[in-house]
Design a protein around this ligand. Structure first.
Ligand code: NAD
Length: 489
């Protein structure tokens, strides 16, 4: 992987409607997280532009045959798309790295590679979920027929722009829908390139549309558009509430919500501490903690606390921050100065509440972008700001426990339930933890996703409703029609 010059990258700045880039709307500046330089202007899609995108998508569903063609044809087009994504991995990766927090080496070999494989995974469902024949009286035939919704909407966050888009588009298209997707206004451009490649691969124009803009204008218009039959949102819990409200106010539609997290890492004294430390540090360093599933609360059995903290300090002390366009960069910038100030605020409040910094605690100086030191915070309680709030930075709070029940109780967060990690050598305890933890994903003696897209992801409590990935994500893009026929005899 080579370095690249940020100014050498060209891209289309606009919406992508019916297979054409449309640069219509009031313009806002877009900054690169690596150096906070404004590098492009983005048009904001008004209510009218969003309406045009939805109308276009509705027409494409009616005219292109995307929903009615043999499902395996849909699967083939999606596989071609995945191949094209792989062929253009370097180009897509550069565009992703340019405007987001994803370092180029990780963007190409991690994000883009996973997007291509994810699209392949979803393509394979195109002919697998047709419906069921029900057990009825023998003189009747009962069927449950699966049908696509028509046009679905999606809104994505900035932290993994291409991956988050693919998690929405993949299942929507495999199920036979068209989609209108709004990426984050902080990271808007790679999603349009993804959509252009879909059309280049033979997916009809108008099936994958992108509208650009702010949440307040474009996101709200999409959420409340009456012809969007189903909505899928990934972002903060606060915005999720607004999206659900707007969706309800504009005609009832199902809403999938993938929201924030404050996930615990529960380490028992019998755990392989070196492995636990690697997993916990890996989770904290990944995208500099700007991941929904970041395992940001360490809950450790008292006898091994000191040893685990020492191991964590060793692993977190050396990071390789730098611009995302440098191949040697391994540690991501914070997305914006506003977000970095938010981390400052949570840490200052936590210190006032008695938290003690064992490592880090401030900015990494000497960079144009905002970079944050991996930070370990002890002396915290359930009330401490850094334990309560989703920090979205490389900050790990540390709490000790004695008995198993106390550990389970501390792991439970009053608001969030996205993921949890458990480290123990005792199988029975691992399974008791799996049952006790109120989280949508429980990782045992590991802490990260794999390329097993069959495993769905989603939250309990205010971390969300419904699932991305897995069969469940495709099923969520289908609705079911009940048919009962008198067949006589
Ligand atoms: P955000 O909620 O600020 O924004 C997410 C998206 O919603 C953006 O596209 C934004 O423009 C849009 N938006 C904002 N206000 C809106 C409104 N009123 N109506 C409609 N759309 C609106 O989140 P973010 O800062 O971009 O992303 C970080 C958050 O995303 C974190 O909370 C993180 O945990 C969460 N996240 C969750 C998952 C998951 O799978 N659960 C994955 C990634 C990120």
């Amino acid at each position: 992987m080579a370095d690249f010059a940020p100014d050498s990258i060209t891209f289309a700045s606009g919406h992508y409607i019916g297979g054409t880039v449309v640069a219509e709307g009031e313009r806002i500046a877009v900054a690169r997280p690596s150096d906070l330089v404004d590098y492009a202007e983005l048009p904001v899609a008004s209510v009218e532009v969003v309406d045009r995108a939805v109308t276009n998508a509705t027409q494409a569903v009616a005219e292109s045959g995307w929903a009615t063609r043999p499902p395996r044809d849909r699967a083939r087009a999606m596989r071609r798309w995945a191949d094209l994504i792989e062929e253009r991995a370097e180009e897509l990766g550069r565009l992703e790295a340019l405007g987001s927090t994803r370092p180029i080496a990780q963007a190409v070999t991690g994000d883009v590679a996973s997007v291509a494989e994810g699209i392949r995974f979803f393509s394979e469902w195109a002919d697998k979920l047709g419906g069921d024949v029900a057990a009825t009286r023998s003189d009747q035939l009962g069927m449950i027929v699966s049908e696509p919704y028509g046009v679905v909407g999606a809104i994505t966050p900035w932290n993994f722009p291409l991956s988050m888009a693919s998690w929405k588009v993949g299942p929507a298209l495999a199920a036979g829908n068209a989609i209108v997707l709004k990426p984050s206004e902080l990271t808007p451009f790679s999603t349009v390139r993804l959509a252009e490649l879909a059309v280049a691969a033979g997916i009809p124009a108008g099936i994958f549309n992108v509208v650009q803009g702010t949440g307040a204008v474009t996101g709200d218009a999409l959420s409340r558009h009456a012809s969007i039959a189903k909505l899928s949102f990934t972002g903060s819990t606060r915005t999720g509430v607004a999206v659900m409200k707007a969706a309800a106010e504009s005609g009832i539609k199902p809403v999938t919500l993938e929201l924030g997290g404050k996930s615990p890492q529960l380490v028992f004294a019998d755990a392989d501490l070196e492995k636990a430390a690697s997993c916990i540090a890996g989770s904290l360093l990944a995208n500099a903690g700007q991941a929904c599933v970041a395992g940001s609360r360490l809950i450790v059995q008292r006898p091994v606390m000191a040893e685990l903290v020492d191991r964590l300090k060793a692993k977190l002390s050396t990071v390789t921050p730098g611009p995302t366009w440098k191949a040697a960069t391994g540690f991501a910038p914070i997305i914006s100065e506003i977000q970095a100030r938010r981390i400052d605020r949570i840490l200052a409040e936590s210190h006032r509440q008695g938290a003690e910094c064992l490592l880090g605690g401030g900015r990494i100086e000497g960079h144009n972008g905002a970079f944050y030191q991996p930070t370990l915070l002890a002396g915290v309680t359930a009330e401490t700001a850094a334990v309560r709030e989703e920090v979205f930075g490389p900050v790990l709070t540390i709490q000790a426990f004695d008995g198993e029940a106390e550990g389970f109780a501390l792991a439970d967060h009053p608001e969030y339930g996205l993921a949890a990690g458990v480290y123990t050598a005792d199988l029975g305890r691992a399974l008791r933890a799996m049952r006790a933890l109120k989280a949508g994903t429980v990782w045992i003696n590991r802490y990260s996703r794999t390329l097993d897209f069959i495993l769905p992801t989603g939250g309990y409590k205010s971390s969300g409703i419904g699932k991305d990935l897995g069969r469940q994500a495709v099923e969520a893009n289908l609705r079911h029609k009940t048919v009962l026929i008198d067949i006589g005899g």
